[in-house]
Design a protein around this ligand. Sequence first.
Ligand code: IMP
Length: 193
Amino acid sequence: MIKKTLTLDYGGSFDGEVLDLLISEEDIQDRIKHLARKISTDYKKKKKPPIIIGVLNGSFYFMADLLRAMSIEAEMDFIKISSYQKTGSTGTIRLIKDISADITDRDLILVEDIVDTGLSINYLRKHFENSHPGSVRVATLLYKKEITKVETEPEYVGFEIPDQFVVGYGLDIEQQYRRLRDIFAMNPPPTNQ
Ligand code: IMP
């Protein structure tokens, strides 16, 4: 792999720290095409298209690329929760924006940027199950499997990664670095402040 690093310099608390390339833009796109093919095959015989629900903010690039790589129709909506401050989950989830679609008897695919502690997807699966959808599956680009505590494993996983703090391709630190096309690991990892 090409060794690529960036030094943080946005004038924030992490200036001078280094980002190491973890997953390249090319590898991200290849993997998304694979996931999109799998999802298209799994849902193509359903009577109604699935509803893809993006979990804001971090999933927006993944959601857009996944949807465009699929060969079946899908409806889309977004939900916003907050579970996380600066560099980790707080342990409490707050619903900030709910979906507007009627999901009764519909097949849902929740799209996450990363499953870290697993709190968010545990909360979201329960939240949606109250509205009696036909089915609920989770697609996550990144999965910190070693440290995650989930009741149900995500059904579609882009990459399993070690317990490192990552940014880029929609993922942020203090709202910075979402725009990067590759995914980088912070070195040394940030500490919660
Ligand atoms: P969970 O509830 O701990 O699984 O966390 C999910 C949310 O925390 C993700 O949707 C991200 O917004 C955020 N998060 C967790 N780990 C990272 C990371 O390494 N980089 C950036 N955001 C992260």
